[in-house]
Design a protein around this ligand. Structure first.
Ligand code: 6TC
Length: 252
């Protein structure tokens, strides 16, 4: 099976076609550039976040269509809290609005919502909306839509180390049995496989404390496009780039 992408310039070269095979199982995206997108247009920053949320919906649909199994979405959290109070308050109203508008279509598309990170840090009205969506979609067995909420990778690793140290001290674990697989089970991501493809928008080429353990063998794809400029087409472009790479998982 081969999906033609009509928007790629040099068609119909066979290598410009997205294959139905070798689609990345798990795609993770660092969504960056809402603020700059708004500034460029002389709009207030909140307009960028609003546009960013509508882009999330488009990309979720594209992920469903292309048969991706897990989509993890990340925007760095610590930064958010250093923003003007008004902007933070606006951002924290968006999840509820997003779910109100899009939960019916997420249900129709058999999408299951999950989170990684510490969503207890959110105000209770946001927490409730998130918990409701997780509960409502828990029996869907299509795309897993995994939101990183107040997530930091070093914190996640430290938390795992502390849990393991406690299990050792209480003799619930034997130190010789501790391996990569058991360590992974103590991370937030314990129910999903490691990402196959990481996309970052907005032109920066760094991880910003995202999934340091899980990205060990992941393919990276960076774009200058700001998140609100990221389209279904850009998403397929990244999938195609992934399909043209040869993965070695640390081997030769
Ligand atoms: C793209 C779009 C990038 C706000 C919008 C940034 C809380 C996210 C509960 C989801 C609303 C994505 C992202 C920071 C879909 C998204 C943000 C954050 C932005 C959050 C969620 C939505 C967002 C953010 C943290 C189940 C809907 C604007 C908020 C909190 C996490 C799901 N900026 N923007 N600081 N959030 O990351 O980590 O629940 S809706």
């Amino acid at each position: 099976m081969s999906i033609k992408i009509p928007f790629l310039s040099k068609q119909p070269k066979e290598t410009d076609s997205l294959s139905g095979e070798n689609v990345p199982n798990h795609v993770a995206i660092i969504m960056d550039g809402n603020g700059r997108w708004a500034q460029k247009r002389g709009l207030p920053r909140f307009a960028g976040h609003k546009e960013g949320v509508s882009t999330v919906n488009k990309i979720v649909k594209a992920a469903v269509k292309s048969n991706v199994k897990v989509l993890t979405l990340y925007t760095f959290s610590t930064e958010n809290w250093k923003r003007p109070k008004q902007e933070v308050e606006y951002i924290l109203k968006l999840p509820k609005e997003f779910l109100h508008v899009y939960l019916p279509s997420l249900m129709e598309n058999n999408v299951r919502i999950q989170t990684i990170g510490d969503f207890q840090a959110l105000p209770s009205h946001t927490q409730e909306a998130v918990s409701y969506a997780i509960e409502k979609t828990k029996n869907n067995d299509g795309l897993i839509l995994n939101f990183a909420i107040n997530y930091g990778s070093r914190h996640e690793i430290l938390k795992a180390v502390k849990q393991i140290a406690t299990e050792l001290k209480e003799e619930r674990m034997d130190i010789d049995s501790l391996d990569e697989e058991i360590f992974s089970k103590h991370l937030y991501t314990n129910s999903v496989s490691d990402p196959d493809l990481l996309i970052r928008t907005g032109g920066e080429c760094r991880l910003s404390n995202f999934m340091l353990w899980q990205l060990a063998y992941t393919e990276f794809w960076f774009t200058e496009k700001l998140w609100p400029e990221f389209t279904e087409e850009t998403f397929y472009e990244a999938l195609l780039a992934y399909q043209q790479r040869k993965r070695r998982y640390g081997g030769i």
